[in-house]
Design a protein around this ligand. Structure first.
Ligand SMILES: *Cc1c(COP(=O)(O)O)cnc(C)c1O
Length: 384
């Protein structure tokens, strides 16, 4: 008998138009950045986000580094980040000398727990970096209410959240700055890529300079100066127009891509509900005032043992599932920077029990049925 095909955790997606656009970019003879496709992507993202200016970058990590540069983050500054996130959320600010202050997450949405902020904000706090985990918005009204009167900048790490909404407004439209990722694992991708969202128009000109190696090259191309020169700090954050061409094909297909992910997410949620309820497995919560971005589907098992057994069980059924994030406060680098085991009990507990199921644009109905059937076969109770 033939082995059933293995179901990967993630698979890159092609709309089919990527090759045409890449070919067009090559024919344009503009291989470097800031060509026609870069501008088309930026205009589309500005529309999606209602943002005055979006700059395409080489990654979300680099967009976060640009945010730290733009805010003049310096040694001695503190930046509040959730403990349950990817390392770049913190690392981009640590590179400028800041100390990360790790906030625990809410047990219901796994988002930065805004109820911790008053305790964590101090005289050196310069920024708060909420992450809209799984593409479900943080409590932005409360976060802004605490940050704004104190002159603390809010930078949304919106790597998961493009096209999600909180109280009717797009995620990524709330912070002074926001960052997007177009890594292969995200909803829209060009392999490696990102964007910096500038909701504060006063930061635009300096952002253009920092993105262009600290030069006023953008001003030069607009004809505002007759030569360009070194005027500020900066680095090389501009992606090639060939990558932007690839990305444009995906951003243009946003409705189709989000529609597919929405269907997959809803099916997991509905078909696993009775099993989850019976065994005390936590499913994602989407509060009523939020529209989510359908970035990932997770389950929180009753114990670390049950999580390990479920991953092994799914593996035996040809299904690849994974877990993340190792809490930043307990990581070797996080501890070197003052993080402590036990400092973020919810993040540390959830990190041991969470599993992510395959969710990618091209996951077909039969494959998803196999994933669901394999989960339903599993009884977490003996491991609790
Ligand atoms: C993927 C991710 C990043 C990093 O994105 P890159 O584009 O790979 O740099 C940062 N933050 C979060 C929350 C992410 O999920």
């Amino acid at each position: 008998m033939m082995e059933p095909r293995r179901i990967p955790f993630n698979a890159p997606y092609f709309t089919g138009r990527e090759f045409d656009y890449v070919q067009e970019a090559i024919k344009n003879g503009h291989f470097s950045g800031d060509g026609p496709f870069t501008h088309r992507c930026e205009r589309l993202l500005e529309e999606m986000l209602g943002a005055p200016r979006v700059l395409l970058t080489t990654s979300c990590t680099h967009a976060l580094e640009m945010a730290a540069l733009l805010l003049d983050i310096a040694p001695g500054d503190e930046v509040i980040v959730p403990a349950f996130t990817f390392v770049s959320t913190a690392n981009a600010f640590v590179l400028r000398g800041a100390r990360p202050v790790f906030a625990d997450v809410r047990p219901d949405t796994l988002n930065l727990d805004e109820r911790q902020l008053e305790r964590l904000i101090g005289p050196r706090t310069r920024a708060i970096v909420p992450v809209h985990y799984a593409g479900i918005g943080c409590e932005m009204d409360r976060i802004l209410e605490l940050a704004e009167p104190r002159g603390i900048a809010v930078v949304e790490d919106n790597a998961h959240g493009l096209l999600g909404r909180y109280a009717g407004r797009p995620l990524g439209a709330y912070g002074r700055l926001a960052t997007q990722s177009f890594h292969e694992t995200k909803n829209f991708s060009c392999g490696e890529g990102g964007a910096l969202v500038l909701n504060d128009p006063t930061l635009v000109e300096r952002a253009e300079i920092m993105r262009e190696k600290g030069t006023d090259r953008a001003r030069f191309f607009r004809g505002a100066v007759d030569k360009y020169t070194w005027v500020d700090l900066g680095s090389s954050y501009v992606p090639s127009d060939v990558l932007a061409a690839f990305l444009y094909a995906q951003l243009e297909a946003a409705d189709e891509i989000q529609g597919a992910r929405h269907r997959i997410w809803d099916r997991y949620h509905a078909e696993l509900k009775p099993w989850a309820t019976k065994h005390g497995v936590q499913q994602p919560l989407v509060p009523a005032d939020r529209e989510q971005a359908y970035h990932l589907y997770y389950l929180v098992l009753p114990s670390a043992g049950a999580r390990a057994q479920l991953i092994a069980h799914l593996h035996s059924r040809g299904v690849h599932s994974v877990f993340h994030y190792l809490p930043l406060n307990t990581s070797p680098m996080g501890q070197q920077l003052g993080g402590e085991p036990g400092g973020c009990p919810v993040a540390e507990d959830v990190a041991d029990r969470l599993v992510r199921l395959p969710l990618f644009n091209a996951l077909d109905s039969d494959s998803q049925a196999r994933v669901v059937a394999a989960v339903l076969e599993f009884d977490p109770d003996p491991y609790a």
